[in-house]
Design a protein. Structure first.
Length: 302
């Protein structure tokens, strides 16, 4: 049995549709369809019910899912063991590939320096970084497309994932330097009369801010959502409104005068959780990445 058939099976079981599974695997939908039919024929049983609302694993498919994940995990362990021979045991270096999913704000701030440090310490280690939200990170960990994820959430309730809080990021309200609220102290009523450019739905601190703004009686705050931190910052720097972002993502713009702090209501710091799949084997490369991430976020001088 070819492992690519099991990869398509697991992706389809997690995604719930052939279209979503094909997108996650970077394959044509027809290819995934053929692979699932091939696997069903080889095993002699239907693995999915094709319903108008989506694709649902049959009883046999559900029983197979955990076993398929175990096989793919064993294959990943085999590949990592083979690639580790390219490292240097005496010096403690490791080799191989590690894929990290992380919030856009972290990809644009802390993570480039972490990856650079890993490259210097482990020349044979390839680290791939994907900017993803929490839902995509969870899906990537479950589907085996991500080895580790960094999410900005207070808690991770998923029983098949292990999460470890490695930092808390202070949040800062910012505006253009010539905005009337720049450098001033503003309460919720004042803020709710402004336009805000915030991160996409599902971002914990942005969602909390939007709820607070919309809860102010007699006001209609303008809310624009973006999938990119850069887009929100650019709109604010152009004088179109305000935003609330992790301080680490705006330090450069504050330092060179493109943005200014607005002293708004207290915003609880956002936790950074390092997450991995509970049942998947952690390769030496992934362990090295996890250790570097933990150390980097513990260093408050960065």
């Amino acid at each position: 049995m070819e492992t690519r058939l099991l990869e398509s099976f697991v992706a389809l079981a997690r995604a719930g549709s052939f279209t979503a599974a094909a997108r996650a695997l970077h394959l044509a939908q027809s290819t995934v369809t053929v692979q699932i039919r091939t696997l069903e024929k080889e095993l002699g049983t239907p693995l999915f019910d094709r319903l108008p609302s989506g694709t649902v694993p049959t009883a046999a498919g559900l029983r197979l899912l955990e076993e398929a994940e175990a096989v793919l995990d064993a294959v990943a362990r085999l590949r990592a063991t083979a690639s580790s021979w390219h490292g240097d045991t005496a010096s403690g270096t490791v080799a191989g590939q590690v894929t990290i999913g992380a919030a856009d704000s972290l990809c644009a701030s802390r993570l480039p320096s972490v990856i650079a440090a890993l490259r210097r310490a482990h020349p044979g280690l390839e680290v791939h970084l994907n900017a993803v939200g929490t839902a995509a990170a969870v899906d990537g960990l479950r589907g085996g497309r991500l080895d580790l994820a960094l999410v900005l959430e207070p808690e991770m309730a998923e029983s098949d994932l292990l999460a470890h809080r490695i930092a808390e990021l202070p949040l800062t309200y910012v505006a253009a330097p010539d905005h009337p609220l720049a450098g001033r102290t503003a309460d919720w009523e004042e803020l709710a009369r402004e336009s805000f450019f915030v991160h996409e739905e599902g971002c914990s601190y942005s969602d909390r801010l939007v709820r607070a703004l919309r809860g102010v009686p007699g006001t209609r705050p303008g809310i624009t959502r973006f999938g990119s931190i850069d887009a929100a910052r650019s709109c604010v720097a152009a004088g179109l409104g305000l935003t609330l972002l992790p301080q680490v993502t705006v330090e450069g713009q504050l330092a060179d005068g493109r943005l200014a702090v607005v002293h708004g209501p207290e915003a609880p710091p956002v936790p950074v959780q390092l997450v991995r799949h509970r049942r998947r084997w952690v390769s030496p490369g992934a362990r090295a990445v996890a250790e570097e991430l933990t150390a980097a976020f513990a260093d408050t001088s960065l």
